[in-house]
Write a protein that binds this ligand. Structure first.
Ligand SMILES: [Ca+2]
Length: 501
């Protein structure tokens, strides 16, 4: 791996501006034989990973999009059922059995509820719950509430306030009804979906793609290089996922670590591997766009790949609180996870972006449906990323629609996984497209002077204005036709950054 960093100092009368351009070069040997298309269907397991001590295997003629069968599509899961509020009941948002977590609820409080009222509310609810009977475990999911009913502390993200309650449905209903004037909505808690799919072998074409406009030029040249604005130095990336294998060789010199687990029962690493793959595409030594960015992993999905909406919200609160303590650092949040539509999740995301000026990039989802119908992909303030293939085609599983802001390579993406310190795997999904945008933002942020922190809206604008337009085929109904493009935006003399130009 050859990494060439060239820095250009541009002097002007008013200021001295540091502009760094990074050229990343990949080893990408010619294919040794026909590419195998296939492999295990969802869910991804670490067993499919390979130890990788050599240069990249695989080939140029990667995939035909039509052969990708994608993931299980359960569009019906995305549409929650809302019980209309009556005089005696609170508004309850419920989900199909396939995605809900029994006996666990997220109770959203009114935005203007004073702190003292929040405290008395919680005290009263806890007191009432002591009178109820134990929960009965149902088979089939370790996430089901077990044992005694309980009420967690209130989580606050800006004006959005809520808490998690584990109780029988009838007890929840009785208790919340008595405190109805404090409550906005009760949501059934829902399961997470990791947005990665089948495995292939291949070289990291997705990075190579980001600095060329037309796909015909890319396919003709395939220069095995990526030229980006910066290296990510000084930027903190928060990855809400399954954790990270911090000792993987992609993250040498302490560039990745788990800073928080939302459940103490989770392991200290990333047994599953999804988070390590995503993190590798952001900041991996060989696979990442911004190779000197720091990955702060917040574990909101457990080692079996299971998680919940309430865990995501808890992890988001931790990210916000951590970022608030570091006002001088630049930060970007990556969420390559999908949940059934939840106004609460979308509100928490929007509040984080608007109130705290923290950019959040999310995966559009892999259900072949409108990304607006899922969360957090439907959150208006998030940067929502859908996926393209080697041929700039949206794979048919990749979500689409007006909530998508941009497309990025997401099919057959090679990156690190957690089964060994040097393990790699090639995965597909909008989970893989999302981190390329995060890495691109981290690279861009690091190319700016330390004191310059663009707002999330400005960062979205940067991506949109630079994107290659009308290049994505089959972008999907309502999708903007924009493909991520990152080559040396800020250089006044871009050719000086590219020795081969
Ligand atoms: Ca290239």
């Amino acid at each position: 791996m050859k990494v060439v960093v060239c820095c250009l100092l541009v002097l002007s009368l008013q200021s001295v501006r540091r502009v760094a351009c990074v050229q990343l070069t990949f080893f990408a040997p010619r294919p040794q034989g026909p590419v195998q298309v296939g492999g295990a269907a969802l869910p991804h397991t670490a067993n499919s990973a390979q130890e990788d001590n050599t240069a990249y295997a695989g080939g140029d003629d990667l995939e035909e999009e039509g052969r990708f069968e994608g993931t299980t599509i359960r569009a019906v899961d995305a549409v929650p059922k809302v019980h209309v509020e009556t005089e005696s009941r609170v508004r309850l948002v419920s989900y199909t059995k396939a995605v809900r977590i029994e006996n666990r609820y997220i109770v959203q409080l009114k935005e203007d509820l004073p702190e003292s009222r929040v405290k008395s509310h919680l005290t009263a609810v806890r007191s009432s719950l002591k009178q109820t009977g134990p929960l009965v475990a149902k088979a089939g999911s370790p996430l089901l509430a077990l044992g005694q009913p309980k009420v967690d502390d209130v989580i606050t993200i800006g004006r959005v306030k809520f808490y998690v309650m584990e109780a029988r449905p009838e007890d929840m209903d009785n208790i919340v009804r008595t405190k109805k004037s404090d409550v906005t909505t009760v949501y059934e808690d829902t399961k997470v979906k990791l947005l990665d799919c089948k495995n292939f072998t291949g070289w990291p074409w997705g990075l190579d793609r980001l600095d060329m406009r037309a796909v015909r030029d890319f396919r003709a040249e395939r220069d095995k290089r990526l030229i980006v604005d910066g290296d990510g130095m000084g930027v903190d990336v928060y990855v809400l996922d399954t954790g990270i294998r911090a000792d993987h060789r992609e993250f040498r010199k302490n560039r990745g670590k788990i800073i928080h687990k939302v459940d103490p029962g989770m392991s200290d690493g990333d047994t599953h591997g999804h988070g390590t793959h995503v993190s590798g595409l952001i900041a991996g030594r060989r696979f990442g766009v911004a190779r000197l960015a720091r990955v702060n992993a917040i574990k909101v999905v457990d080692d079996k790949g299971e998680g919940s909406a309430s865990w995501l919200l808890s992890g988001l609160e931790h990210a916000v609180n951590t970022i608030k303590t570091k006002p001088n650092r630049k930060a970007v949040i990556n969420i390559s996870l999908g949940y059934p539509k939840s106004d609460l999740i979308d509100a928490a995301i929007n509040e984080t972006v608007r109130l705290y000026n923290i950019p959040i990039v999310v995966a559009a989802g892999n259900e072949a449906m409108d990304a607006c119908e899922k969360s957090p992909s439907g959150a208006s303030e998030a940067i929502t990323v859908s996926a393209t293939s080697y041929h700039d085609i949206r794979p048919k599983w990749a979500n689409y629609g007006p909530c998508v802001d941009i497309f990025a390579p997401g099919n057959n993406m090679k990156s690190s996984v957690s089964s060994a310190w040097n393990a790699t795997d090639t995965l597909s999904g909008t989970s893989m497209a999302c981190p390329l945008v995060v890495g691109s933002l981290a690279a861009y942020l690091s190319s700016l002077p330390a004191s310059v922190k663009p707002s999330p809206a400005e960062l979205k604008d940067y991506l949109i204005k630079r994107a290659t337009v009308n290049e994505v085929r089959n972008a999907g109904k309502g999708s903007p036709n924009r493909l991520l493009y990152v080559k040396c935006s800020s250089l006044q003399e871009p050719q000086t950054c590219d020795p081969l130009a």
